[in-house]
Design a protein around this ligand. Structure first.
Ligand SMILES: [Zn+2]
Length: 223
């Protein structure tokens, strides 16, 4: 595997395409996005450094109708996808880890599908910011309102209003594409229940593995 830096908005795979490379993130966040014929998009999955970004593709030959977009500058270990496919067949240990990731990501996908339909923009924005914070392990990140709107499947004006409301409550600071979470606990109180569900899935990933033990943010969040 080679270490690579991934830039914001970089596309790791397009709908119905076999990825060229397999990525294991070592920092940062990528989003799995579904786009409709009229151009509207929303996020249905999110990966930090907990697993294989192309995990759905490795299971078989089904066409995956999603796009994968890098949210912010990230780093990853990368190898040719075909080589990983071969390893997936040959190594039970690797296969078990990847399958655990797929199971968890499938559960997150279902939760986000319900969330996008049933929960209000402000609660979803709070949920999303906390999910990114857990994976990015930082309270400040760069994100445009246009990109936030895509992630939340909402109009830009709706996202602007929701971000304004969170800022008014003193939970975040937002200016020129830079978001700072000033009150993560307060933000949790505003976030929909989906954050707790997704956080539990994230925290139980490879339960007891060193990667999670080292993640003080997640540990303190759970305390
Ligand atoms: Zn929700």
């Amino acid at each position: 595997m080679r270490t690579v830096t991934l830039g914001p908005r970089e596309i790791l795979y397009e709908p119905d395409e076999t990825p060229k490379f397999a990525h294991f993130l070592t920092s940062g966040v990528v989003s799995i996005v579904v786009s409709m014929a009229n151009g509207a998009s929303t996020e249905v999955g999110i990966w930090g450094r907990e697993g294989l970004v192309e995990s759905f593709h490795i299971l078989g030959n089904a066409r995956i109708p999603n796009r994968c977009i890098v949210q912010m500058e990230s780093t990853a270990l990368r190898m040719p996808f075909k080589e990983l496919q071969k390893e997936f067949q040959e190594s039970k240990e690797l296969r078990d880890c990847i399958l655990q990731g797929v199971q968890s990501q499938s559960a997150i996908l279902g939760q986000l599908a319900g969330c996008n339909r049933l929960h209000e923009a402000e609660a979803r924005l709070a949920r999303w910011l906390l999910m990114v914070r857990d994976r990015n392990e930082a309270d400040t990140f760069l994100i445009t309102q246009e990109f936030l709107a895509i992630m939340l499947g909402s109009r830009r004006t709706t996202v602007t209003a929701a971000a304004g409301e969170l800022q008014r409550k003193g939970l975040i600071r937002y200016s020129r594409g830079r978001i700072h979470i000033s009150d993560p606990v307060g933000l949790e109180n505003v976030a929909c229940e989906c954050y707790g569900t997704v956080r539990e899935l994230y925290a139980s990933f490879y339960c007891g593995a060193p990667a999670l033990e080292a993640n003080e943010n997640v540990k303190s969040n759970l305390a």
